[in-house]
Design a protein around this ligand. Structure first.
Ligand code: PEP
Ligand code: MN
Length: 336
């Protein structure tokens, strides 16, 4: 249910409406808009009667939300969500370029990567510290030390940082170091983890599961918002198909589909989406042209020495080219 407040509704009327909703045993999610405030309601077991809310002071209308996902739906919030950080934002006019190595490997590596990312024009630095690898024998990441180095490297160049969390313990650690928590493809439907990051103050980047439908993807985002964290953005990272010339198939068509159904920002990850560095740049261009709010790419100062995902990691000079090309595409589609 979506409760729409009157344009002239006062703060007090809004507070009273929220109190009344909570007294009914429901959860109220205030959604400020440029014209008026709405309140999303969750926690109901069955259908709700609009009249129950329309009689509250300052309320114009109560509208049942037809989609199974409520808070992430455009029905609930028509305006695009913009997630602000001190130096940048995600989902506004400015394109987001997240770059950095698959994994933090050493102080030298992440500081050099940070410098190269910043120089090229990236807006956010990435680096994995907890790596969910296919093989238990592969490099698993540096853990807390990796988070600490990433945070220091980000600070040294003035970029916010993103890193993956895989369980409650890593969330607890990441709360001390990162600006954005990444939920990886393999954990897109780890509902316990989704609820946990619904309670942190950091933004959350939710990656699409490798065989997740659009509805499953949005329902997973709904888990996070339903716990009160509205700073969520989506990342298309490729899905499993029969093609054998790429690691995954980057599903660019999900961008307009998400934009139609949800107000959340969506970026793509052409690195994991293709698995080969020569395919990253064309797919990044295509993503932006298709309306994505940005891209996340892996870049390593020395890709041949990378402990993970070297084949898909850009050389620093390739990131420069990527940024230059995206800067040229941006104005054509009304972005900067
Ligand atoms: C990553 O971004 O480092 C990663 C492991 O991606 P995914 O979860 O999409 O495989
Ligand atoms: Mn990787």
């Amino acid at each position: 249910m979506l409760v729409i407040m009157n344009r002239e509704a006062t703060e007090e009327q809004l507070r009273n409406a929220i109190d009344a909703i909570e007294k009914m045993g429901l959860k109220a999610h205030p959604i400020p808009g440029s014209m008026r405030t709405a309140i999303g309601i969750t926690g109901n077991k069955g259908p709700l009667e609009p009249a129950l809310f329309e009689s509250l002071d300052g309320v114009v209308q109560a509208i049942p939300v037809s989609k199974p996902y409520k808070l992430v739906s455009r029905e609930t919030k028509t305006e695009n969500t913009v997630i602000d950080f001190s130096s940048t934002s995600i989902g506004g006019r400015e394109l987001t370029i997240i770059a950095g190595p698959c994994a933090v490997e050493s102080r030298e590596q992440i500081f050099l990567a940070a410098e190269k990312a910043k120089e090229a024009g990236a807006t956010i630095l990435r680096g994995g510290a907890f790596k969910p690898r296919t093989s238990p024998y592969a490099f698993q990441g540096l853990g807390e030390e990796g988070l600490r180095l990433l945070a220091e490297a980000g600070k040294s160049v003035g970029l916010p940082v993103v890193s993956e969390v895989i369980d409650a313990e890593s969330v607890g650690l990441a709360e001390k170091y990162v600006d954005i928590m990444q939920i990886g493809a393999r954990n897109m439907q780890n509902f316990v983890l989704l609820k946990r990051v619904g309670k942190v103050k950091q933004a959350v980047m939710l990656k699409r599961g490798m065989s997740a439908t659009l509805e499953e993807f949005l329902m997973s985002a709904e888990y996070i918002l339903s716990e009160g964290n509205y700073r969520v953005f989506l990342c298309e990272r490729g899905v499993r198909t029969f093609t054998d010339f790429t690691r995954n198939t980057l599903d660019i068509s999900i961008i307009p589909a998400v934009k139609r159904l949800s107000h959340l920002p969506i970026i793509t990850d052409p690195s994991h989406g293709t698995g080969r560095r020569e395919k990253v740049l064309p797919m990044a261009r295509a993503s932006i042209a298709a309306g994505a709010d940005g891209v996340m790419v892996e870049m390593h100062p020395e890709p041949e020495k990378a402990l993970s995902d070297g084949f898909q990691s850009l050389y620093p000079r390739q990131l420069v080219t990527l940024c230059e090309e995206l800067h040229r595409i941006a104005p054509i589609i009304g972005r900067v």
